[in-house]
Design a protein around this ligand. Structure first.
Ligand code: GLY
Length: 358
């Protein structure tokens, strides 16, 4: 299977997509590295830890566990892991191997970014969402109570190793959550990928290997290309936030406990699509296709009782909001989006309200 490369002004690293690819981890640990700290969650480790430990072989290593869950994606957990690293001989020559879903790869990546002012990290994502988005591109961080990922850093990994085979043990709800990030890639940059998601839900949901591999490879290609062109999200990388501004507000409003990140993004994509149509950027036909495609991978957790006005207010504290201006990523057609701060507030309110019921 192919490798993709992320290339920034400071580094170039591979994103390897390969069934059984875990076995390659050792080749990415720098020759002179000290201890490798394998950071995982207990459930991932039970399923796949033996394969990773085999691949690490006799390189000195320690295994640390993160409790998992969006509510635990906080600075206090980073500190706990850092203390454990020091207690077990971590130093500036250490390397972190992040082995888990998107919350884990964000937290372990952030720990790597700040431990003794920065050590390398190898990302090995084990959920679909982390494989197609979170683990690629160097965004790391933790949540504040008032907002998602508000503490963080760009810290590019040495490599990202994606083994689509590990998805066979992924709970269905987690798998669905990752599918929404793939639909996102289709809407923002690849109409063929969108139509695959739209027309082949049975093959997608049955984990047909050729479909899973294609969804991952197409997403990785898009993500690697976008990040390579704009590592620090000054410009084009913002398109990857389609659905995220609304989604982050929903996650924060519901205490990070009701929606998986991908589910919140799914809702956010519906809101952004409705807003795009209200702003007359998007045709009615494409609006309906996007809503239909997102809904076909539902259901989302219940949205009743969520106050649209509170979601609208939260948009203002998103980190994409600059000097009070909220930048929205709105679809213009399937396969292309526009970034704009020039939207009517009444349309934003109406799109949020409609997305809560459609
Ligand atoms: N998840 C959006 C990005 O990496 O930019």
């Amino acid at each position: 299977m192919p490798s993709y490369f992320v290339e920034t002004s400071a580094c170039r690293y591979p994103v390897l997509v390969e069934r059984g690819g875990l076995r390659n981890v050792r080749q990415f640990i720098p020759e002179r590295a000290g201890k490798a700290f394998l950071i995982s969650t207990e459930d991932v480790w039970k399923l796949h830890g033996a394969a990773l430990a085999r691949a690490i072989g006799d390189h000195p290593h320690e295994i640390l566990f993160f409790p998992g869950g969006e509510p635990r994606k906080r600075l206090a957990e980073v500190e706990t892991l850092a203390e454990q690293m020091v207690a077990r001989g971590g130093d500036r020559s250490s390397v972190i191997v992040a082995f888990g879903g998107g919350i884990l790869t964000d937290v372990a990546g952030f720990l790597a970014a700040i431990f003794m002012r920065g050590i390398p990290v190898i990302q090995i994502p084990t959920t679909l969402l982390a494989q197609v988005d979170a683990a690629i591109g160097g965004k790391t961080g933790v949540n504040l109570a008032c907002g998602k990922n508000l503490l963080g850093s760009f810290h590019q990994p040495l490599a990202v190793i994606i083994d689509p085979g590990v998805l066979d043990t992924l709970p269905e709800r987690e798998y669905r959550a990752g599918l929404f990030e793939i639909i996102k890639h289709g809407v923002i940059a690849d109409a063929d990928l969108f139509w695959l998601m739209s027309r082949e839900p049975q093959r997608v949901m049955s984990h047909a290997p050729e479909v899973v591999d294609r969804m991952i490879c197409d997403s990785v290609r898009i993500k690697a290309e976008v990040v390579s062109g704009d590592e620090k999200e000054q410009d084009r990388r913002r398109i990857l936030n389609f659905g995220h501004t609304f989604g982050h507000a929903l996650e924060a409003e519901t205490g990070y406990s009701q929606f998986l990140h991908g589910e919140a993004v799914a809702w956010g994509m519906k809101a952004a699509t409705l807003l795009g149509a209200k702003e007359r950027l998007l045709s009615v036909e494409d609006k309906q296709e996007i809503l239909r495609c997102v809904n076909s991978y539902g259901p989302l957790p219940p949205l009743a009782g969520i106050d649209p006005a509170r979601i609208a207010a939260r948009l203002k504290s998103d980190k994409k909001t600059v000097q009070g201006k909220i930048h929205f990523v709105l679809p213009e057609r399937i396969g292309a989006v526009k970034i704009t701060a020039d939207v009517q507030e009444r349309f934003v309110a109406a799109a949020i309200e409609e997305a809560l019921t459609c």
